[in-house]
Design a protein around this ligand. Structure first.
Ligand code: URA
Length: 433
């Protein structure tokens, strides 16, 4: 078999066999297929697509390119969730503790932020002392003992994706539904949970710019999960503005704490409540969606979700006093208000633009080597649909960088204003199952 023939076959839009897909995944992971052929192949997939059978095989081959995690020594149903990436997305820090407080186990491996999107691991590390580098046995024990652990990847899970994703990032081949679906699902399946809830974002700050494309990606991933006998569901959520009000690591942790204290912003509360209800249904902890919503709401009111977050932080070496006293978190030395220079109604807060601005303030990484400032970020004062008068506060900026005037301008420009009133939509558009 020759890689060039497989590239040509896909370039001509033909269906690939398992042997051909196996040849590519194995050869690229081992290094016998060079980057230039893998680039040509991923570009051919981007243009010609793959059918359901090919996507299933690609996922399966990637899943078996490295280690897989066995969670069978954890009692009960293990649930997992994954977001396709957004700005201000602190959902896991709220949702994880809430479902754990309902008695469902969450053994989650998360990622770091890159570019305009934040990562759960960076947020957890902004809680002083808290580690995400937990070895396998301790991870399993923690989930058995307290019902929740959120850590960095252990072992060599899906090495094929590690190489392929890095290549796609620099060859313009990220935005391909077969490649995104197989990348995400191979990692989720390798991490061993029984159920998977996917939060597929669409809009300016997401990979999928439109609801229609997000729907196709969600359907593709749910079908892969079903084929491999994992209860997989997806929610389609709006990323035409950041989620909640806080963007930036310890600012987002503080918002997650406020939400677990019953004082969260409406969109984040709705997302966590409905996503939580879906996870409880997947775990068969409840028998109706409404029952799930009621149980999650009770765990916010009783503060049992907050206690779970504190228990997780403590188990991972952190100081749980920060969870009960968020005023202890360090704060940036520069705190600056951004005010509107116009009247209107907010029609969009471009998540890509404001996410990039937050990165420049110190909250994110332009390259993998950059060091994050946990205190940097933005707190929004307006959301989509709000009326704004000239001089009104749009947001407050937190930073330790010395020169930030240009960044403030970019932040103001990320608020798109319309002369007409703007109608708003619930954060979740659909649930795909
Ligand atoms: N997230 C992933 O893990 N993979 C993709 O391809 C896109 C987003």
């Amino acid at each position: 078999m020759r890689m060039v023939d497989i590239i040509i076959k896909k370039r001509e839009g033909k269906e690939l066999t398992r042997d051909e897909i196996h040849f590519f995944v194995k050869g690229y992971t081992e290094g016998s297929i060079p980057d230039y052929q893998a680039s040509a192949f991923t570009m051919a997939v981007l243009f010609k697509g793959m059918n359901k059978k090919e996507i299933g095989i690609l996922t399966d081959e990637m899943l078996h390119s490295g280690e897989t995690i066995d969670l069978s020594s954890i009692a009960g149903v293990k649930v997992d969730k994954h977001s396709t990436g957004g700005v201000g997305d602190k959902t896991s820090l709220v949702l994880g503790p809430l479902v754990a407080a309902c008695g469902v186990k969450l053994a989650k491996m998360s990622g770091r932020g890159l570019g305009h999107t934040g990562g759960t691991l960076d947020k957890i590390e902004s809680i002083p002392g808290t580690s995400i580098a937990i070895e396998r046995d301790r991870f399993i024990k923690q989930v058995n003992d307290i019902g929740i652990a959120i850590i960095g990847q252990t072992g060599e899970l899906v090495p094929a994706d590690k190489k392929l994703y890095a290549l796609r990032d620099v060859t313009g081949t990220v935005e391909s539904i077969p490649l995104i679906a197989s990348s995400i699902m191979s990692k989720k399946l390798a991490s061993g949970s029984d159920t998977i809830l996917l939060d597929v974002k669409f809009g300016s700050g997401a990979f999928m710019k439109t609801l229609d494309n997000a729907r196709v990606l969600a359907r593709t991933m749910v079908d892969i999960g079903d084929e491999l006998h994992r209860d997989t569901r997806a929610i389609l959520t709006d990323m035409n503005e950041p989620l909640g009000l806080a963007i930036g690591n310890n600012l987002e942790v503080k918002e997650a704490i406020a939400t677990l204290n019953g004082q969260g912003p409406a969109d984040l509360v709705e997302l966590c409540t409905k996503a939580g209800a879906t996870m409880l249904l997947q775990a068969k902890r409840v028998s109706t969606f409404e029952e799930g919503v009621k149980l999650i709401t009770e765990k916010i009111e009783s503060k049992e979700g907050l206690d779970k977050l504190a228990a997780m932080v403590e188990a991972q070496g952190g100081n749980k006093e920060y969870i009960y006293h968020p005023e202890l978190f360090p704060v940036s030395k520069n705190i600056v208000e951004v005010r509107s220079s116009r009247d209107g109604f907010v029609s969009e807060i471009n998540a890509l633009e404001i996410g990039e601005a937050a990165m420049k303030l110190g909250a994110g990484r332009a390259t993998k080597e950059d060091v994050i400032d946990p205190t940097a970020g933005i707190i929004l004062a307006k959301k989509v649909g709000d009326k704004v008068a000239k001089g009104d506060l749009l947001c407050t900026v937190y930073t330790n960088v010395e020169k930030f005037e240009d960044i403030l301008k970019e932040i103001e420009e990320s608020f798109k204003l319309s002369e007409k009133e703007v109608t708003t939509h619930s954060i979740i558009y659909e649930i795909v199952q």
